[in-house]
Every structure is written in C-alpha cells, then in structure tokens.
Ligand binder design. Structure first.
Ligand code: HEC
Length: 179
C-alpha cells in the first residue's frame, strides 16, 4: 500500500522538523544547561502593576501656573458677564469641571505639606467649590431664560476663596486669586 507508506513518511518528516524546534524553544531556560546561573525571567506583562501609582510630573509652583491658573483664567473670562447663550453656560460648566477634576492632582505633589491633613482638607474644599459651580452652571444651562447669574457668581467667588484659603495656610507669597 504505497499511499499509506508515503503518508506515514510525511508524518514522520513533519515530526522530525517539529521536534528540534520545540527543543530549541525550551533550550535557553533549561536549568540543566544553565545550572548555577540565575533563571530569572523578565516580568510577565502586568506583574509590576503593584508599583504603578500616581506621581507628580511637575513641581507644585509649575502645576499651579500651568493647570490651575491657566484654567482659572479661562473661567474668569467666561464669568466676566452674564451669559446669554447655552454654549456660554456650557463653557463655564466645562472649565469649572476641569478645575474640580484637576484638584485631585493636588493630593500628590512634591511638597512636604501634602502630608499635613490641612492640605487634603483645602484640596477637597477646592474640588467641591469647583464642582458646586459646575452644577450651578448646568442648572442655568437647562433654562437659560431663568438663569440666576448672581447665584452662580457666588459659587465662583467661593471657588476663588478656596484657592486663597490654601495659599493663606501654605503659601503666603502666592498671588491672591481674584474673582
Ligand atoms: C491645597 C493647596 C492649594 C490650593 C487648593 C491652591 N493652591 Fe495655588 N499654590 C499653593 C502653593 C503651596 C503655592 C506656592 C507654590 C509652590 O508650591 O512653591 C501656590 C501657588 C500658586 C500660584 C503661583 C505659582 C507660582 O508661579 O509660584 C498660582 C498662580 C496659584 N497657586 C493658583 C491657584 C489657583 C487659581 C487655585 C484655585 C483654583 C489654587 N492655586 C489653589 C497651594 C494651593
């Protein structure tokens, strides 16, 4: 039965090519070959995740300028006069939300004061003040005709006060943030 024999020969030759490949694949890590040497392997993907954590990229002064001040200045422009259109209220909402979320980054700055419980308290208060302003802007956005600009402005002033409250405690040289 020549066909069967030829098929068998083919299987044998395929196995013959596979075996050395498989053996090679195991080779370098084989403890018998590298006896006495370290068998440490590069970490599997995700294995080092326990060391991953939020870390500051810039120092606190630069953070203030590039993030908080920059966004606060944009918010200040949006708050300069009572909005008449939905998109102007939306701009206030967006900038206040950005400031609220950014303040989370204050929880891990390269400054010893971060360990002081007052730092976290001021940070949380600032985040809340910005979030309150964002919420008030959303209410106004839903009904532009009945929007209460004076009420929203009070939230905005409270946000500026929250910046200054932390500066007063930790950075007397920092500029006074004006509404
Ligand atoms: C949790 C504390 C804290 C909060 C909240 C805070 N700041 Fe600051 N800020 C500081 C400290 C501390 C400094 C002094 C800079 C430093 O770290 O050397 C500073 C400095 C600054 C400076 C001067 C930066 C420079 O060039 O040195 C600006 C501008 C500023 N803050 C803006 C703001 C604004 C706007 C807000 C509110 C939206 C705010 N900060 C909220 C702690 C805070």
């Amino acid at each position: 039965m020549p066909i069967t024999i030829r098929a068998l020969a083919l299987i044998v030759s395929v196995i013959a090519t596979l075996v050395p490949t498989a053996a090679l694949g195991r080779g370098p890590a084989c403890p018998e070959i590298h006896r006495g040497e370290t068998t440490a392997q590069p970490p599997a993907v995700g294995q080092n995740d326990t060391h991953a954590r939020p870390e500051p990229v810039v120092d606190n002064g630069e953070f203030m300028d590039m993030f908080l001040k920059a966004t606060y200045t944009e918010l200040q422009q949006s708050m300069a006069k009572p909005p008449t259109e939905r998109k102007e209220w939306a701009a206030i909402y967006q900038k206040a939300t950005r400031l609220a979320e950014m303040q989370n980054l204050l929880f891990f700055r390269n400054r010893d004061e971060v360990k002081d419980p007052r730092w976290a308290a001021h940070t949380a208060a600032g985040r809340q003040a910005a979030a309150d302003l964002a919420s008030a802007a959303v209410v106004a956005l839903r009904n532009v005709q009945k929007a209460d600009f004076e009420g929203v402005r009070k939230k905005y002033v409270a946000l500026a006060d929250s910046c200054n409250a932390c500066h007063k405690t930790f950075a007397r040289d920092a500029p006074t943030i004006k509404p």
